[in-house]
Design a protein around this ligand. Structure first.
Ligand SMILES: C[S@@+](CC[C@H](N)C(=O)[O-])C[C@H]1O[C@@H](n2cnc3c(N)ncnc32)[C@H](O)[C@@H]1O
Length: 139
């Protein structure tokens, strides 16, 4: 018996990035979320140029792409190995840390963008912000 290993594809669909394995969507830019991403980007830009931005949740790396020229170091925390590999190939300027951010977030950032569902662990995230740092999150 043979098992087909489906390739992982990073594509643009209706103007939005999507990471697919066969028919399965692993991550996608959803048009309904673009306004939230724009708000975070404007807040980060208003904060001024910074050295380091941490992104909790990699997805299709919308936020790092929007903020690429606003910081020297971009660190993405991503739990899904296929997404980790895809982001490393597509965006070699990103530092992609594989694993659950609760185990891997060890350093400090000037800006942290938290994009996971559910309650936001504000105190834990603030503990990894530099003084006067900015935390952006969805809820
Ligand atoms: C909504 S997407 C993030 C989109 C991202 N903000 C962007 O700019 O494209 C959420 C991502 O978080 C990842 N994720 C979920 N739980 C996680 C965890 N505990 N630690 C790290 N990444 C996680 C998922 O695999 C998914 O890629």
């Amino acid at each position: 018996m043979t098992t087909a290993i489906e390739p992982v594809v990073y594509a643009i669909q209706d103007g939005c990035a999507v990471i697919r394995r066969g028919l399965q969507t692993l991550a996608a830019e959803f048009p309904g979320e673009l306004a939230m991403y724009a708000r975070w980007a404007l807040a980060a830009i208003a904060h001024g140029p910074v050295d380091s931005i941490g992104y909790i949740g990699g997805g299709t790396a919308v936020m790092p792409r929007l903020l690429k020229h606003r910081a020297r170091h971009h660190t993405v925390y991503e739990i899904e190995p296929v997404i980790v590999t895809t982001l490393r190939v597509m965006y070699p300027w990103l530092n992609v840390i594989e694993g659950d951010y609760r185990d891997t977030l060890r350093t400090h950032h000037d800006i942290i963008i938290y994009d996971l569902p559910g309650p936001v662990p504000i105190a834990q995230l603030h503990a990894h912000l530099n003084p006067n740092g900015l935390l952006a999150h969805s809820t």
